[in-house]
Design a protein around this ligand. Sequence first.
Ligand code: NYM
Ligand code: MG
Length: 208
Amino acid sequence: MGRGAFIVFEGLDRAGKSTQVSMLTDALRERGVAVQKQSFPDRSTAIGKLIDDYLTKKVEFSPEAAHLLFSANRWECKDRLIKSLEEGTTLVVDRYAASGAAYAAANSGQTLEWCSQPDRGLPAPDLVIFLRVGEEEQQKRANWGEERFERVETQRKIGKNFDRLADSRTWFGVDAQRDKAAIHAEILERVLKAIHECADQSPLENQE
Ligand code: NYM
Ligand code: MG
């Protein structure tokens, strides 16, 4: 049996990633696909707890220090992620390195290049599903504005950074302002294709 596919969801806050990650995971499981769900930041680890305190504004870090914590949070999960993929399990991941770079560059003023560096060498996603949502829609959705970075100006900068990071080979953009079921159907079709391709051949690549 071939390896699992590494599927990542990206997008601005309130784009609907968590909902779509759950819908996708359930649908794959129903089809008999071995699948695991993972979110970054993973707030359950010791580093993740620091990140949670930072996002909920209980502690302050310099933007660069915060970024290195987000990256460290991915590095601490690296071996587990690779093991699952090699065992044939598909991973559905809510945010990954692109969020790291896009948010950190907006927050710190460092270049995207600088912000991409700490994640180099981590396994790279086979497919990045990018959920597009407009700012008016974003603000209408539940709990908007509570956490750090949930401000219109900041989100605009982050959105531009995502556009610069998107590569045509692995990114799949989705209009996330439609009906949930329609969004899900479009994503499921693309992901099933990616799962087939990964099982057939392509070796896991590293984050550049
Ligand atoms: N975030 C997430 C970062 O700033 N850097 C990262 O590397 C990652 C993975 O954390 N506003 C930010 C983006 C979000 C926040 O994530 C929490 P979520 O998925 O909105 O709970
Ligand atoms: Mg959020």
